[in-house]
Design a protein around this ligand. Structure first.
Ligand SMILES: [Zn+2]
Length: 153
C-alpha cells in the first residue's frame, strides 16, 4: 500500500519535527535557568532581554508543535474539537462528544493554531437581521444618506 506508506512517512516527519522542537524548548529552558542564575549571582547583570527573547522562542515553538499535531491528525483523517479537544473524524459536522459545530471547511484543510473558529462569518440569517437593524437606525438619522449622495457629484 504505497499510499499508506507515504502517509506514514509524512506523519513520521511531523513527529520528528515535534521531538526536535521539544529538544529546542528544553535547551531554551536550560539557558533561561542559567541566565537567571547569572543575574542572581551578580545583580549588575541584566538578563531580562535575553530571557524574554528565549521565552518568545519557546512560545513560538509550542505553537509550531500544536500546528504539527493538527497536521498529524489531519493525515490520520482526524480533527480536534476546538471546544473540548476531543478527536473527531474529519467528516463530522458536529463534535460527537460536546456537539460543537465544526467549521465546514475543517474537513478539507488543516486548522492553524492562529485561527479563531469564532471569526468565521455568521450564517446569512444573521446578516439579514443586521440589515433590518440598520434600516431602523436610518429612520432616526436620515442626514447620513443625504451626505453620501452629494459627495459623488
Ligand atoms: Zn467537542
Amino acid at each position: 500500500m504505497a499510499l499508506f506508506d507515504s502517509k506514514a512517512k509524512v506523519i513520521q516527519g511531523y513527529e520528528k519535527s515535534i521531538s526536535d522542537k521539544n529538544l529546542s524548548i528544553k535547551r531554551y529552558y536550560d539557558e533561561i535557568g542559567r541566565l537567571y542564575y547569572g543575574q542572581y549571582k551578580d545583580n549588575n547583570v541584566d538578563v531580562t532581554k535575553d530571557i524574554n527573547n528565549r521565552c518568545e522562542s519557546v512560545t513560538k515553538l509550542y505553537r509550531d508543535i500544536e500546528e504539527l499535531k493538527h497536521k498529524i491528525l489531519f493525515e490520520k483523517g482526524l480533527k480536534l474539537c476546538p471546544s473540548c479537544k476531543q478527536e473527531n473524524n474529519l467528516e463530522y459536522a458536529f463534535c460527537f462528544k460536546c456537539g460543537n459545530k465544526f467549521d465546514p471547511e475543517s474537513a478539507t484543510r488543516v486548522i492553524m493554531f492562529d485561527e479563531e473558529p469564532k471569526a468565521v462569518p455568521e450564517e446569512p440569517a444573521a446578516e439579514d437581521a443586521a440589515e433590518t437593524a440598520e434600516e431602523d437606525k436610518a429612520e432616526e438619522a436620515p442626514a447620513e444618506e443625504e451626505k453620501k449622495e452629494s459627495t459623488e457629484e
